[in-house]
Design a protein around this ligand. Structure first.
Ligand SMILES: Nc1nc2c(c(=O)[nH]1)N[C@H]1C(S)=C(S)[C@@H](COP(=O)(O)O)O[C@H]1N2
Ligand SMILES: [Mo]
Length: 365
């Protein structure tokens, strides 16, 4: 049997087809952030969402090397001590998986079936990627920068190391970091120990974990994760457009207490302060609106005094005068680039960037 025959093909769920065993297997490995963890400014690492395409590699900091080579005047190789000597910076970043929202699409692309929980915010500490590239001195023919992780696997018949490319401009201007700490502690194994890339504002796929190599190349990178996987397509044969930065999204901390199975909420009548977080990878959040009648009418939420200049989420609140009965709560975010979170985002085959507004069903008693 060939690799192609043994590999799973990409497909859409049939009309009415429930979650498959393969999707359940992925959902159990790659967990989301429970929405009540929106309460924390910084997501405790065990509650931050996790996405791993293949297996979590078993790695050790003591013999780890990071190489920087290709179209550079000065190829470099760093151990942990040498890398730390290059500088130290901490950046607060909201990471979100590009597939967040996928399982709510119709038809549903068969893949990691996220609802709305593939998000988390951490303080990442490391050395700016731009400083490493400067130390290596880019040659004139430098076009793209390729980041390779230590994990290896197969996707739709293609054997690969997990790899992503950025253009030289994106690599330098995005404020990307080569990080060794998450919230002040060494990276946990599932988040890339001992080293990972963190690209602020970009969907998570750009932030390569278990980073072992940075190669500067003189042409556009056409690896699987850039040219095949993370593309907006409506037809299977389209070349599609690349998935890049995070679209605006607001999420409410589900109020009151949940029903175990449905997660529908029970709250007592009266004034209820609804709280949540909003973010965008394109520009700071400028406004959040709340609807307590399933999107029929919208009111402005109060944003906290901060900003998300550093592209971390911003908190908001809204006092709801809750009367008895069933209500559907929904929220939407606006950013300073003019992007507005849609009530219903357009469909695409990969199920990427589905930032359709969250809906929470509440029974007020
Ligand atoms: N080496 C490697 N890096 C990776 C991945 C992976 O599978 N392997 N998954 C990517 C994807 S799709 C996402 S959304 C983020 C998730 O980061 P987290 O698990 O730290 O939240 O890691 C990215 N970096
Ligand atoms: Mo992702």
């Amino acid at each position: 049997m060939s690799v192609e025959q043994f590999s799973t093909k990409g497909r859409l769920a049939d009309v009415g087809e429930g979650i498959t065993g393969d999707e359940l297997q992925l959902a159990a490995r790659n967990h989301g952030m429970p929405l009540e963890a929106l309460r924390y400014d910084l997501t405790p690492p065990g509650l931050h969402y996790v996405l791993v395409h293949y297996d979590i590699p078993m790695t050790s900091a003591s013999n780890w090397r990071l190489t920087v080579d290709g179209c550079v005047e000065q190829p470099l190789s760093f151990g942990q001590t040498e890398l730390r000597a290059m500088g130290r910076q901490t950046v607060r970043v909201t990471l979100e998986c590009a597939g967040n929202g996928r399982a709510n699409l119709h038809p549903r692309p068969i893949s990691q079936p996220w609802l709305t929980e593939a998000v988390g915010t951490a303080e990442w500490t490391g050395v700016p990627l731009a400083d490493l590239l400067q130390a290596a001195v880019l040659r004139e023919d430098a076009v793209d920068v390729v980041f390779t992780g230590a994990d290896h696997g197969y996707e739709r018949g293609v054997e690969q190391d997990y790899q992503r490319g950025l253009s030289v401009a994106e690599a330098i201007d995005s404020g990307a970091l080569i990080a060794w700490e998450m919230n002040g502690h060494p990276l946990p194994p599932q988040h890339g120990y001992p080293l990972r890339l963190v690209v602020p504002g970009w969907y998570g796929m750009a932030s390569v974990k278990w980073l072992r190599s940075i190669e500067v190349i003189d042409h556009e990178f056409t690896g699987y994760q850039n040219a095949v996987a993370y593309r907006f397509r409506t037809e299977a044969h389209d070349a599609g457009e690349p998935v890049t930065r995070i679209e605006p999204r607001a999420l409410l901390i589900p109020p009151g207490s949940p029903d175990f199975m449905s997660r529908h909420r029970f709250v007592a009548a009266g004034t209820i302060t609804l709280r949540g977080r909003a973010w965008s990878g394109w520009a700071p959040i400028e406004r959040v609106e709340v609807s307590v009648d399933a999107g029929a009418t919208w009111q402005d939420a109060k944003l906290d005094a901060g900003s998300n200049d550093d592209l971390a989420w911003r908190s908001f609140e809204y006092d709801w005068d809750a009367g008895p009965g069933e209500h559907v709560l929904t929220v939407r975010a606006y950013d300073e680039s003019g992007r507005v979170q849609p009530v219903e985002a357009p469909w695409n085959r990969g199920g990427f960037a589905n930032n359709s507004a969250q809906r929470i069903t509440v029974l007020v008693q």
